[in-house]
Write a protein of this length. Structure first.
Ligand SMILES: Cc1ncc(COP(=O)(O)OP(=O)(O)O)c(N)n1
Ligand SMILES: Cc1nc(C(=O)O)sc1CCOP(=O)(O)O
Ligand SMILES: [Mg+2]
Length: 210
């Protein structure tokens, strides 16, 4: 059984979009605005700086009772004492992640189709990410967008926490939740916002209207 986590407002980091404000400061502001889960996503950092950044973010997140997930890299997640890992369909296997990180780690898996969501039912994961719900310039090597209908279809297949990712912004977030997602995973709408605290607050407000 994994440690407890709240998937409602899941911030995935992006160093380029954070700009001169930096990842750590952007995460700090976003946590103040109500982010409930953070994923450190680094595609270009070498091992040691990746571990250092993960340790730094873990401290910032844990000070606010929020878990830190590492994208892709099991060794970084383990060395940094992160709370879990997010895996895509082409990453390490869920079994390998479970073996490396232990029974209480939070393991998330991207699902890009109904078939992948069905297959994921057999796996020891803690949440699924419907990916992508909408097309996004932040990541272009994605599968075809699932749309809201895809989120509804995946929702019907699983009782696990379901987050949606890809092109989520303040204008479409409510309909993503109404389609059955338990959480909103966002990069640009918070990382690139002029005021990440306020951007997070606006998403967080949907919790009471949803
Ligand atoms: C919450 C969440 N959902 C989906 C992804 C994408 O994972 P993946 O397909 O492995 O792609 P990369 O992020 O590794 O480029 C994610 N990171 N987080
Ligand atoms: C990291 C990532 N994964 C995706 C997937 O579909 O698997 S979409 C994506 C980027 C999401 O960024 P934004 O919130 O700026 O659209
Ligand atoms: Mg990946």
């Amino acid at each position: 059984m994994s440690r407890p986590f709240d998937p409602f407002l899941y911030l995935v980091t992006d160093r380029a979009l954070a700009g001169p404000r930096g990842v750590a400061e952007t995460v700090r502001l976003a946590l103040d605005g109500g982010v409930t889960l953070v994923q450190l996503r680094e595609k270009a950092l070498a091992h040691e700086p990746f571990v250092e950044e993960a340790r730094r973010l873990r401290e910032i997140c844990h000070a606010r009772g929020v878990p830190l997930i590492v994208n892709d890299d099991l060794a970084v997640a383990r060395e940094a004492g992160a709370d879990g890992v997010h895996l895509g369909q082409s990453d390490a296997s869920v079994a390998q992640a479970r073996e490396t990180l232990g029974p209480d780690a939070i393991i998330g898996l991207s699902v890009e189709s109904v078939e992948q969501a069905q297959a994921a039912a057999q796996l020891e994961i803690d949440y699924m990410a419907a990916s992508p719900v909408f097309a996004t310039p932040t990541k272009t090597d994605t599968a075809l967008p699932l749309g809201l209908e895809g989120v509804r279809a995946i929702r019907r297949l699983t009782d696990k926490p379901l987050v949606a990712i890809g092109g989520i912004n303040h204008a479409n977030a409510l309909e993503v939740l109404q389609a059955g997602a338990d959480g909103l995973a966002v990069i640009s709408a918070i990382m690139a916002a002029p005021d990440p605290r306020q951007a997070a607050r606006e998403f967080h407000r949907l919790r009471s209207v949803h």
